[in-house]
Design a protein. Structure first.
Lengths: 425, 298, 314
């Protein structure tokens, strides 16, 4: 597949000398039915996650004789580049982790093959951890992540701010007012921490749901052919102006470090942060609350879709699916959640965990995820959408003209879709 | 050696003032890095507003250094970097000097064309062709061995050779060699020919020994500035998937997961910087002299 | 480093190799080919090859990964760059501004440092080493370090606050569109100036001592000696420093990639950053290749212009 693609490219570019080797399809790794299963993951440097994966591999290798699985972890920042480079040369492994929003791009590009898992298995999982592209299932995740507003009960009470619930989330006015109140009361430098230093996927993951709550979106989800109107219309403008205002008025720090560090260090009164930071926050503050995000009109929204497992197009499908069948058991789903603090993807597993069971102290994360999660657009164009959205949202919070930034996003996204003939939509 | 002779000692003492101020400017980030590598994250931030930032004071420990070894296979990475750096440098000296020699002192058809090629590529920054490069190396052939049987393989990704071979040739090195060789006295080859020496022997026995400064200069420049040696970062990120083959700079990424442990970052970047500092301290004088004398012969 | 500026192309063609007997010429052709072939082959495969592929891709809509073959799109990519892509034009401007500031700053400061450490004084080797330290510190490391130093509660601000007796209010250097490029300039000069100090130093050491002795006899002041003796003799070094800094400055990438990602509000976006962002991160390989071609033409034109200007001064 990738070889053929390279040949076409080489031929198209007249690089006949380069095309020679491309004629001979032969893949060095993965792809062959030799009983070796190679797995790639995005989490080098996170030993806890890797340990769980290694324990799955150990159990799998011990349970049968046909296959031997091995794991190769990569640093997350460059993982996507690594996979794309490997795909160019047909050097993909058998299984790999894929961030939810990239599933469509990789499936479209031919990196992935549809999963052969029973519906009975997949139905038990949160819909947002199932990576789909054009009605086929390509990836499945052990966990979900959910953002919420981290705040301290004592601080909110001292400032006279109503504590929101899922039944009655903050409205925009209430939220804006809450920010002003907490900023004024507790001697905090900032009202809320958005971890703006976490560039990359954090921006579309964390901030585009606000846009969707305002009624805008990243792309027209009906056609997947244009961002015009949804990303630069009046709703989007309202979102951009509101968001920019938080930073220009000093309620939020333009240069906040990642990981809600300002909140953890007591510089910001609240934080918009992911559940992976929840336990650390609870260690610091015994009265920390994880509140539902505000409703800006179209209901509260948070980002959905985290890292998932997928089978590559060149993999030994039988072996890879067998590994997956072992891996998606509730036991391992619970184990990841216990080790990493991420949200278990099945209800049965949630009951096996310390914090996500019915009475667990992070149970609300499961509920937020079920009620509010919006998937990032399931289109190959997401690669460009994410990059462009991150870049121009950065401009917006740094005081750039909102309408101009939105128009520039739309222009770049539409140009990309057009030059790829609509990505098959 | 030309130097200014300051007329009076007082004047000489005076020059230490700007020199010391400049030294502080060049040193402070590095001193900060070393001091911070011994502190906890909390202490690093707390010390930021005073001179304590530069001093190893407070609750010090090597915990960050110990943590580095938990997070990355440091010795493996260092070994890879040393291997690749040595190979690129050594092979580069041979290939580029011979090419430079042919350009500078031999008469052959195609010389003008090759020199033009070398000059044109001088201004081609590597970053701008990196994408087609990945395409290329992903599909290059190589003779591998299955036991003792040679097999034709395709694809260079995830190997040492992909980190070495594309960076052996360097237009700037060829250029430096050629310019230096041109400055050597005429007639060396004539004399050697009379003694019955062939081109290779002449090159190896006469030219190379006369050209030590330019070899030293090119070696140092390769280690310090090549995108494939000590600083290799972008290229191995894109072409090397296996952890066993990764170089040290890529290891930096391991510290930027969900939460950044700055103390560990400082410890790691200290560890990957110190070897170069030591090497430079040892060779400092020879380095500057070699560049100077490589330039002197005009 | 006078060597490095000996009229490259023409020099090669004109500088006659040592005269040799005719009988050697065929052997010479064979030997020269053998000497040059490894380098030339590697150059063709790993430098020229990718450049040619890039040149061809510039006229297509090739995508980094795609199930469909690329199509020839003519000048569309270039049209997009110059008429629609405001960020590209901004990056072009930023790159020129960066080069215009860094070239004289780094070249000049490098010369000052070289003059300082060329004095025959105690400890000069130590000072040379200190000034050169940032050069041997990887740009990746340096960028991480300075990103940290430039924070609002970072060391640069506390230092300035200390120096001004608390009058200095904190400034998030990399977060302000008005200061981010300046911050990048300072750290880039900090990192790179030691290299050019060494080059200038090499140039200074090629000047024979007698020149200064003659100057001293004439009763020239140190400034006069510098202006009328040293500077003219440093001309070849000057050309070399000028061209190498220009090329390096035009290729600004690693620092901004790690420190600002081109922001805030496009204020530190550069040509090479755009090439990598568009061509690799956003997978628009054809468009990235087109930007590469534009970049190459600009740098080539600048290098030729500088050579011409500096040669006319002869």
């Amino acid at each position: 597949m990738q070889r053929r693609r390279f040949f076409q490219l080489a031929a198209a570019s007249g690089g006949a000398a380069l095309a020679g080797p491309a004629l001979t399809a032969c893949s060095a790794r993965g792809g062959s039915a030799d009983g070796e299963l190679l797995l790639w993951s995005h989490n080098a440097g996170s030993p806890l996650e890797i340990e769980v994966t290694e324990s799955i591999i150990e159990a799998f290798n011990g349970s049968q004789d046909a296959y031997t699985a091995t794991l190769e972890p990569f640093p997350q920042d460059v993982y996507n580049d690594t996979v794309n480079a490997a795909a160019l040369s047909g050097d993909l492994p058998d299984l790999l982790t894929v961030d939810g929003p990239n599933v469509a791009n990789w499936a479209w590009a031919g990196h992935l093959q549809p999963l052969a898992l029973d519906a009975a298995v997949t139905d038990r999982f949160l819909p947002s951890v199932l990576g789909r592209f054009q009605d086929e299932l390509y990836a499945i995740g052990h966990w979900e992540a959910a953002c919420s507003v981290f705040a301290r009960q004592s601080v909110l009470e001292a400032a006279g701010v109503r504590i929101p619930t899922m039944e009655q989330p903050w409205t925009r006015e209430e939220f804006d007012d809450a920010l002003l109140q907490v900023a004024g009361s507790g001697g905090y430098q900032y009202a809320i921490d958005f971890s703006t230093a976490d560039t990359g996927e954090w921006y579309p993951y964390a901030f585009s749901p606000f846009l969707q709550s305002f009624g805008g979106d990243l792309i027209d989800r009906e056609t997947h052919l244009s961002a015009a109107g949804v990303l630069n219309g009046p709703e989007a403008l309202a979102w951009g102006q509101w968001f920019q205002g938080l930073f220009t008025s000093g309620l939020a720090n333009v240069e906040s470090p990642g990981g809600a560090e300002d909140f953890m260090q007591g510089k910001a009164a609240m934080a918009f942060h992911g559940n992976w930071g929840a336990l650390a926050a609870a260690d610091l503050y015994d009265d920390v609350l994880y509140l539902p995000p505000p409703d800006f009109g179209a209901g509260p929204k948070i980002g959905g879709g985290s890292w998932q497992w997928a089978v590559t197009s060149t993999a030994d499908g039988a072996g890879a699916n067998e590994w997956l069948a072992t891996a998606v058991s509730d036991e391992y789903v619970a184990e990841y959640a216990n080790r990493t603090g991420l949200i278990p993807a099945t209800d049965a597993a949630a009951e096996l965990t310390e914090h996500y069971g019915t009475d667990g102290k992070l149970r609300m994360m499961v509920d937020y995820s079920k009620a509010y999660a919006v998937l990032r657009p399931e289109t190959p164009a997401y690669t460009v959408i994410a990059s462009v959205f991150g870049q121009y949202t950065g401009d917006i919070i740094h005081g750039g003209d909102v309408q101009e930034s939105l128009d520039a996003m739309v222009a770049e996204i539409d140009a990309d879709i057009e030059s790829n003939a609509g990505y098959g939509f | 050696m030309a130097t200014y002779r300051a007329p009076a000692d007082r004047r000489r003492a005076w020059t230490y003032v700007p020199m010391t101020a400049l030294a502080a400017f060049f040193l402070f980030p590095i001193v900060f890095m070393l001091a911070a590598s011994l502190k906890t994250d909390h202490q690093i931030f707390a010390d930021m507003d005073s001179v304590r930032a530069f001093l190893p004071v407070g609750d010090l420990s090597f915990a960050n250094y110990a943590a580095v070894f938990d997070r990355v296979p440091f010795w493996r990475f260092l070994g890879n970097t040393l291997l690749v750096t040595a190979a690129v440098t050594a092979l580069g000296l041979v290939v580029n000097s011979m090419c430079g020699y042919a350009l500078a002192r031999m008469r052959w058809r195609g010389r003008g064309l090759v020199f033009g090629l070398v000059i044109a590529t001088l201004i081609l920054p590597f970053d701008t062709t990196i994408v087609p490069m990945v395409y290329l190396v992903a599909n290059l052939p190589w003779i591998g061995f299955d036991g003792l049987t040679p097999v034709l393989e395709f694809g260079w990704l995830n190997t040492y050779r992909v980190q070495i071979v594309p960076f052996i040739v360097n237009a700037f090195s060829i250029f430096l060699f050629a310019q230096y060789f041109k400055s050597l006295p005429k007639g060396l080859e004539e004399a050697a020919a009379i003694d019955g020496a062939g081109w290779l022997r002449t090159y190896w026995r006469i030219i190379v020994p006369l050209s030590k400064p330019v070899f030293a200069t090119v070696a140092i420049l390769t280690v310090v500035t090549s995108p494939a040696t000590w600083n290799a970062y972008l290229w191995p990120l894109m072409t090397v998937q296996s952890e066993e083959l990764r170089p040290v700079m890529v290891g930096v990424q391991y510290f930027f997961q969900l939460d950044t442990a700055w103390g560990e970052v400082m410890a790691y970047i200290s560890m990957i910087t110190l070897p170069m500092v030591v090497v430079f301290l040892v060779f400092q004088r020879a380095f500057i002299q070699s560049i100077a004398s490589a330039g002197m012969k005009d | 480093m006078a060597i490095a500026v000996e009229r490259p192309v023409e020099g090669a063609a004109q500088a006659a190799p040592p005269p040799r007997r005719r009988s050697r010429s065929r052997a010479e052709q064979r030997a020269a080919t053998a000497f040059a072939v490894p380098g030339v082959v590697l150059l063709l495969v790993f430098v020229i090859g990718p450049a040619v592929v890039s040149l061809v891709l510039a006229f297509t809509n090739a995508r980094l990964v795609s199930p469909t073959p690329p199509e020839f799109t003519g000048l569309e990519n270039f049209q997009r760059a110059f008429t629609e892509d405001a960020l590209f034009r901004r990056s072009l401007l930023n790159t020129f501004v960066f080069a215009a500031v860094v070239v004289p700053l780094q070249g000049g400061l490098g010369l000052v440092l070289a003059l300082l450490v060329n004095q025959r004084i105690a400890g000069r080797n130590l000072f040379r080493t200190i000034y050169f330290l940032p050069v041997i510190t990887s740009m990746v490391v340096v960028s991480l370090l300075w990103r940290f130093l430039y924070q609002e509660d970072g060391l640069i601000n506390s230092g300035l606050s200390l120096l001004t007796g608390g009058a200095w209010a904190g400034q998030a250097w990399l977060a302000e569109p008005s200061t981010a490029m300046g911050a990048i300039v300072v750290m880039s000069v900090w990192q790179g100036v030691g290299f050019h100090m060494v080059i200038w130093l090499a140039g200074l050491q090629t000047i024979p001592e007698e020149v200064y002795e003659a100057g001293a006899l004439d009763g020239a002041t140190p400034w006069q000696r510098f202006r009328h003796l040293t500077l003219p003799l440093l001309k070849p070094t000057f050309v070399f420093v000028l061209i190498t800094i220009t090329i390096a400055a035009m290729s600004l990438f690693v620092q901004v990639n790690i420190m600002t990602g081109g922001g805030p509000v496009g204020s530190t976006s550069t040509l090479v950053l755009q090439i990598v962002q568009k061509g690799f991160q956003q997978q628009q390989m054809g468009y990235g290749a087109a930007l590469s071609l534009v970049f190459f033409c600009i740098v080539l034109a600048l290098a030729l212009l500088q050579r011409r200007l500096t040669r006319d001064g002869d």
